[in-house]
Write a protein that binds this ligand. Structure first.
Ligand code: AVI
Length: 326
């Protein structure tokens, strides 16, 4: 296997960015912290546990979709050599199914995961190397759009971009619209993208998925407070906060909050500042948008993609939508 790590990341001070974002977010009238800070090493490990939990149906549904349609995907893209680009591969469970199919069908491709974490990429590549010694792989250490631009500048091959897991759901509608526009800009006519969208469904199923009975999702969110204690010298007493997920039926969004169970003052050493929390005051942590097919069609059309097909699981909980650049 050839495995190359391209470093395209802009040098930035992660700690400083975290400090600035926490300062801004906790000073706002409606306190908030970006969900991107959930994913330190401990948070990423907890998230991987969530994806395997029976209450979190999303991963299971998407694995079913990919398994049921892998031959079709292979047939659609088999004509010419391509880059199989994956945005935020995580553990790579879903992409491995496709990689295996494409290798068995003797397709000519290079697997190119793009991720902001170099450590994650190195680990993923070494695992892939063990499983598939003949796989060509070149990981790109960068944010998604920057990484895609790098690929556009360095490769003339067709791109097949995977953006799985309903990661798009963690963007609000405006961010998603802008993301698809930039995605389109960073690709060439004929390139494909396969995007995972979680669909609207019974709110009870959603609430269970974001509040699993084994409390892994609560732990995942509490880790954000623990992370601020570890990295920003804060003194959050985690027992005085509660994970509170709600489904907003108007926006079709799961919203996750950490609510302060009592009036309290928290000091953050690195910011040299105290923050006052009222009783039941929330910190907004995350949205997970749930889609309707019409909305997906509008996103694709607005950004300049044609929908090739929508692939769904048997329960119609989740869709992997295959788009092609016009
Ligand atoms: C990463 N992302 C798609 C997950 C989601 O479903 O929004 C994050 C998550 N948060 C709580 N559970 C899972």
């Amino acid at each position: 296997m050839t495995s190359i790590l391209q470093d395209c990341s802009v040098i930035h001070n992660e700690l400083e960015e975290f400090e600035n974002d926490v300062m801004l977010g906790l000073s706002a009238i409606h306190k908030n912290i970006s969900s991107k800070y959930l994913y330190d090493a401990i948070g990423s490990d907890l998230f991987n546990q969530i994806t395997r939990h029976p209450d979190y149906y999303l991963t299971r549904c998407e694995i079913e979709i990919i398994n049921d349609n892998k031959e079709k995907f292979s047939n659609i893209i088999k004509q010419e050599p391509f880059n199989l680009v994956e945005l935020g591969p995580g553990e790579g469970v879903k992409s491995k199914i496709l990689i295996e199919q494409f290798l068995n069908d003797s397709l000519s491709f290079t697997y190119m995961p793009i991720d902001i974490s170099k450590k994650y990429l190195t680990h993923l590549l070494s695992k892939l190397k063990d499983s598939y010694p003949h796989l060509n792989a070149e990981s790109v250490n960068s944010d998604f759009l920057q990484g895609l631009t790098w690929i556009k500048e360095h490769s003339k091959k067709r791109n097949i971009v995977l953006f799985l897991g309903s990661s798009i759901g963690n963007f609000n509608s405006l961010q998603a619209k802008e993301f698809f526009y930039h995605l389109r800009e960073s690709l060439n006519p004929g390139d494909y993208v396969l995007i995972g969208f979680d669909l609207c469904k019974d709110p009870e199923i959603l609430i269970n998925a974001y509040n699993d009975k084994d409390k892994i999702t609560s732990e995942f969110n509490y880790n954000l407070l623990a992370r601020m204690n570890r990295e920003l010298n804060a003194n959050f007493n985690i027992e005085k906060f509660r994970h509170y997920p709600v489904y907003n039926v108007y926006n079709s969004e799961m919203e996750s909050y950490l609510i302060s169970l009592e009036p309290q003052v928290v000091y953050i050493g690195n910011l040299k500042r105290s923050f006052v929390f009222h009783e039941i005051e929330p910190i907004h942590i995350e949205i997970s948008h749930k889609y309707r097919l019409l909305e997906i069609e509008q996103f694709a059309a607005n950004a300049g993609f044609n929908i090739v097909n929508n692939y769904m699981d048997k329960k119609n909980y989740f869709v992997d939508s295959l788009w092609q650049v016009q």
